[in-house]
Design a protein around this ligand. Structure first.
Ligand code: ZN
Ligand code: ZN
Length: 511
């Protein structure tokens, strides 16, 4: 206790003065990093790498993207490629994951220096428009991917990044003592590098983020099974953690100093620049009393005489809250009485807390009630929101199979179209007065380009389900992932492209 009351004398040779504390932390980090670089093959051999290519395959445990709302999660294949041409200052990355029932989705990035683009290779979601272009500082984001996939380059980048390095002290991961170093990357993200305190070897890195469903999350990447390529050590296994669960397990295959083709760093043919659209009105009218939120793709608002119902609440409190604020402006006399998330995946239900906070009742199927109860109780520090569930829990009303809300002027029918290949329970919305069907993740059309892709098997399953519900035609098919309004003719064309012709509307001429 003595030292607490009186400033301790500084032992000779030990830096303890307050003014030197930060510098001391930096020097400790440099020492641990220098050793890790040595163990990885040494600075000279790593710097000599002209290019590095990685291809990886494995699987993802579909945390919050499975058929069930809770573990055990579905497993889906995952794969990708990362190429960096250090000599030519070019990079390419592509990353693919499959989602239960709806197939493979992916993204690709290519940069030449500080110019480049991001696009969707399969064009089944975003379509044929380039998703984003980069120039100047925007390029820092994609460039920051490179060290995260190529560990020896991460060590070198951290070493070369000037003063963006601190020691966080010692910790333990998987029972092994680790030095933890905080490093701020060029995209301004701060990550924690973990260096094995015994062997001095780099082990992986971690970072924290806010998740709309789970709140504060620690992500960790752990590398293992290292082998040398011309003196530089690369891992052959990567395990990704999401809090205490394994999120992804990959086999890694690195090549160095190979012949690179120029077109590996170019956008493939057939893509167009994003159209510069006029700032759209926040609410896009689809029919009388039916709107889409143009800032939150896929969210549908249904207007009743005295209240509103919102269909889907993606991602997070803040995103959902912006929809609620826009509705207060547009309909000052009509509260949001109901919110209807299609299922429990975060991109459809992560915003539920904002609706609880606004006093709305969440309508869902029996198997999803517990999920939304828990989501309402998560305590958050990274992105705190003002919502706190009462002891009685949030306002949730469950329905089985079918539920109708009608006030004579507007009618909204909810159908559970589960179990299907994507989710054990999944709510779609039918507005019979307008002939509108809204759905999420059972039929996906490219957001841009106007075309349709062959329907995925789950799209055919969905068409069969619509028929069995007696919905044999519609005027507009809305979807939870973009603002596109699909006609029944386009829907049938997508089904026909997949060889299915069973969803033909009943027409007098066909008799
Ligand atoms: Zn989903
Ligand atoms: Zn989705």
């Amino acid at each position: 206790m003595k030292g607490i009351l009186r400033a301790p004398a500084r032992p000779p040779g030990v830096v303890a003065a307050a003014a030197e504390f930060t510098l001391h932390s930096y020097r400790q980090a440099r020492t641990a990093l220098a050793r890790a670089i040595e163990v990885a093959g040494g600075s000279a051999d790593i710097r000599r790498l002209r290019n590095v290519s990685l291809s990886y395959t494995g699987h993802r445990n579909m945390i919050n993207q499975s058929r069930r709302a809770f573990p055990p999660w579905d497993r889906e294949p995952a794969s990708g490629t990362v190429i960096v041409d250090r000599a030519g200052e070019r990079m390419f990355a592509e990353n693919y994951t499959s989602y239960p029932g709806i197939g493979r989705f992916g993204g690709a990035w290519a940069l030449n220096g500080d110019h480049g683009a991001h696009w969707e290779p399969a064009r089944n979601h975003h379509g044929s428009e380039i998703i984003a272009t980069f120039s100047g500082r925007d390029a820092d984001g994609p460039w920051a991917l490179i060290p995260r996939w190529i560990p020896p380059l991460m060590l070198l980048d951290a070493w070369d990044s000037g003063i963006n390095l601190r020691s966080l002290g010692n910790t333990v991961r998987d029972g092994r003592p680790m030095h933890a170093l905080a490093w701020t990357q060029r995209d301004r993200a701060t990550i924690t590098l973990l260096v094995d305190a015994d062997s001095g070897a780099f082990s992986g890195f971690e970072w924290i983020h806010d998740d709309g469903v789970y709140g504060d999350v620690t992500d960790r990447v752990e590398y293992s099974d290292w082998h040398a390529i011309r003196g530089v050590y690369f891992p052959t296994r990567r395990t990704d953690w999401f809090n205490h669960e394994i999120a992804r397990e990959l086999d890694l295959d690195y090549r160095t100093d190979t012949a690179l083709a120029d077109d590996q760093f170019e956008i493939p043919p057939g893509y167009s620049q994003p159209q510069k659209t006029e700032a759209a009105a926040r609410l896009q009218k689809v029919a009388d009393g039916v709107y889409l939120d143009t800032q939150v793709d896929g969210v549908m608002i249904v207007e009743f005489r005295d209240f509103l119902a919102v269909v889907d609440c993606p991602d997070s409190f803040r995103i959902a809250d912006s929809t609620i604020a826009a509705l207060r402006d547009a309909f000052p006399d009509k509260p949001v009485r109901y919110v209807v998330p299609s299922h429990t995946h975060g991109d459809h239900g992560g915003g539920a807390r904002a609706y609880f906070h606004a006093g709305a009742t969440l309508l869902t199927t029996p198997g999803h009630v517990e999920f939304y109860r828990r989501l309402a109780q998560v305590r958050r520090t990274i992105s705190p929101d003002p919502y706190l569930a009462p002891d009685s829990g949030p306002a949730i009303e469950e329905f089985r199979d079918k539920h109708t809300i009608s006030d004579g002027t507007q009618t909204m029918v909810l159908h559970d179209v589960g179990p299907n290949a994507h989710s054990a329970e999944l709510t779609i919305v039918h507005l019979p007065i307008h002939g509108i069907v809204w759905q999420a993740d059972v039929f996906i059309s490219p957001a841009t380009g106007g075309g349709v892709n062959p329907a995925m098997p789950i799209g055919i399953e969905f068409a069969e389900k619509l028929k069995s519900l007696g919905i044999d035609d519609f005027t507009a098919l809305l979807e939870g992932h973009n603002r596109r309004v699909v006609t029944s003719e386009e829907f049938r064309r997508a089904l026909a492209l997949a060889g299915y012709r069973g969803y033909e509307p009943f027409r007098a001429t066909q008799i």
